[in-house]
Design a protein around this ligand. Structure first.
Ligand code: SF4
Ligand code: SF4
Length: 309
């Protein structure tokens, strides 16, 4: 399990979301995740430290950023500016000088009070729609102290509904610490076989499944939705489908499953962070509507309630 990091960084706050919990919601993204899913759509949120992103497509090649970089981490090439990540200290000087908005820093230490002020701006929408705040990531449970303060504040100061999007890869202690402040859990379920989970996601599955079971079996008053990313060749094999269904069928209450098709919306972010897109060359295509429906049918035949597919 990932140890708790001293500093928590927020890498995005997204208002007016209608996909991550009931009603209209504000999503707070915390940086840092113990998993290494190769299809991750938020590479800017995987590490626990701030990162610099650079969009070469916007660059006018004025050279101002090269002049201000104290670390000599920037060089001009034919296709625009390149960042030497081993030298960059994320000092932000290039961000401020660039008139073309080529640079952006992801990951900022923001006090929970400030996040709550931002979340509170849409109070009237939450009230009318039954929405509230969803904490996502990265993995929010990697920051139990910060997460507890944020969720408690949403409940006690704003009186709004709370949700977390989690891969459930955290200590039981971290989970139990925040559980009373959460109304809705949106939990990923990716690969049940522990060896395969370790090979592909970088972590075994036992603790993940144990945490899901705790929420399902011991906290029946909490809304719980399991979400399976459908990644051809990684998660959608017959064995994993059977394993997931068998696990869900052992829970003490009926827990619905949502199937989320593979997409490549995050691909461009990898380039802007100087990273290779891990799914390149893997010959993975976006699952068709028919494939999604047939998977949903397989789950239904195995006794699982499938939603939104
Ligand atoms: S300041 Fe911005 S536009 Fe100018 S060279 Fe640097 S990245 Fe390009
Ligand atoms: S963030 Fe600072 S160190 Fe990094 S490239 Fe920009 S100016 Fe250089």
């Amino acid at each position: 399990m990932a140890a708790q990091r001293e500093e928590t960084r927020v890498f995005n706050i997204q208002r007016y979301s209608v996909h991550d919990g009931p009603g209209i919601r504000t999503i707070v993204f915390l940086q840092g995740c113990p998993l290494r899913c190769p299809w991750c759509a938020n590479p800017e949120g995987r590490g626990f430290t701030s990162v610099l992103s650079h969009n070469r497509g916007l660059c006018r090649r004025c050279g101002h950023c090269l002049a201000v970089c104290p670390e000599k981490a920037l060089r001009m090439e034919e296709d625009g500016v390149h960042v030497d990540r081993s030298r960059c200290t994320v000092c932000e000087k290039c961000v401020w000088i660039c008139g073309s908005d080529c640079y952006k820093i992801f990951g900022e230490s923001v006090p929970t009070e400030e996040v709550l002020r931002e979340v509170g701006k849409d109070e009237s929408f939450y009230f009318r729609s039954g929405g509230g705040m969803t904490v996502s990531g990265g993995e929010p449970l990697a920051h139990p102290e910060y997460l507890t303060a944020l969720l408690r504040g949403a409940k006690e100061q704003l009186d709004v509904s709370t949700a977390i999007e989690t891969c459930c890869c955290a200590s039981e202690e971290s989970l139990r610490r925040i559980i009373k402040y959460v109304d809705t859990f949106l939990c990923d379920i990716k690969i049940v076989n522990s060896k395969r989970s370790h090979e592909i996601l970088g972590v075994p599955s036992e603790q993940i499944l144990r945490n899901i079971r705790i929420i399902a079996d011991e906290y029946s008053e909490k809304a719980l939705l399991l979400r399976m990313p459908v990644i051809p060749g990684y998660t959608d094999g017959a064995e994993n489908v059977r394993d997931i269904a068998a696990f869900i069928n052992t829970l003490k209450r009926e827990v619905p499953l949502e199937l989320l098709p593979y997409h490549e919306f995050g691909k461009a972010k990898y380039a802007s962070l100087g990273l290779r897109y891990p799914m390149d060359g893997q010959n993975v295509s976006i699952p068709s509507r028919e494939r999604m429906e047939s998977l949903a049918q397989m789950f239904r035949e195995l006794g699982v309630t499938v939603v939104h597919t």
